[in-house]
Design a protein around this ligand. Structure first.
Ligand code: F6R
Length: 260
């Protein structure tokens, strides 16, 4: 894992946006994996700004989102499809036919996961996948005890995740308790992952992911097996790590090497 510790959440967003722009500049028809939640919003704003300044074009890009609530169609304001349109797709020149979000209103949810896997494979696999992390260590909606080899499928949300996400739903609104999510095996098959985390509420999950044992109780710890995982966090999210000086030293060396 490459651990990048930055001063604040704005720097985290900016660095994430730079990595995605670099990827798209190097390969304009990149297949990118995207995430929802609070954390990537600033990065999406940074990407929109770069697009508006002519630094990047998404015209040939294909995207796959990690997950979707089961039971919400894409027009529902709390659906992840709606979120992506609102926070990113409507503001850049991506072809909407090339944006994919798991189908939360599929009439055949048990086979929808395999269909999504097939779509990813038909596009040649994901070049770079954006991730956030739950306080309980989930990635996508792979909650603790998820199989580390899992593929896209239906997952039951934990009470912790439902409570964390309740802030987005009004009291009388239906809040789903099931999701359709890429599996941990799906995520680990991508060619690169970039995980963003900010704030001290994520500090324990980050410690377990980076320095804990690989365990289904910390789904993100499976990223230790990923050959190209970049973890970008602020000081607060890094606050429980025991080796921060080492990670900063390694990153300095890495930056020096890149300049040579
Ligand atoms: C979202 C997703 C989730 C979030 C995680 C963190 O597509 O897959 O794993 O990344 O719940 O959410 P925030 O960023 O809201 O703390």
């Amino acid at each position: 894992m490459r651990i990048i510790i930055l001063d604040n959440s704005q720097q985290v967003a900016q660095r994430g946006a730079e990595i995605f722009c670099q990827q798209i500049t190097n390969k304009p028809d990149s297949v990118i994996g995207l995430a929802t939640g609070s954390t990537p919003i600033s990065m999406y704003q940074a990407l929109i700004a770069k697009y508006q300044q002519g630094e990047v074009s998404f015209s040939k890009v294909t995207s796959f989102n990690l997950d979707e609530y089961l039971g919400l169609d894409g027009k529902h304001p709390q659906s992840y499809r709606y979120f992506m349109n609102d926070k990113l797709f409507n503001h850049i020149n991506i072809n909407s036919n090339q944006t994919h979000v798991p189908n939360g209103s599929s009439e055949t949810p048990l086979t929808a996961g395999q269909e999504y896997e097939d779509q990813i494979a038909n596009c040649g696999g994901i070049d770079i996948q954006l991730l956030g992390i739950g306080r309980n260590g989930h990635i996508g909606f792979n909650e603790p005890t998820s199989s580390l080899a899992s593929r896209t499928r239906i997952k039951t949300l934990t009470k912790e995740t439902i409570d964390d996400n309740a802030r987005f739903f009004t009291d009388d609104e239906f809040q789903p308790t099931l999701s359709i999510t890429m599996g941990i095996g799906t995520i680990n098959q991508t060619r690169a992952v970039v995980l963003l985390a900010t704030g001290d509420s994520k500090a324990q999950a980050i410690k377990d992911m980076v320095e804990g044992p690989i365990s289904a109780m910390s789904p993100a710890s499976a990223l230790q097996m990923h050959p190209n995982a970049i973890i970008i966090i602020d000081e607060a999210a890094a606050s429980l790590l025991s080796q921060t000086d080492l990670y900063k030293h390694i990153e300095q060396q890495q930056l020096t090497l890149q300049k040579t």
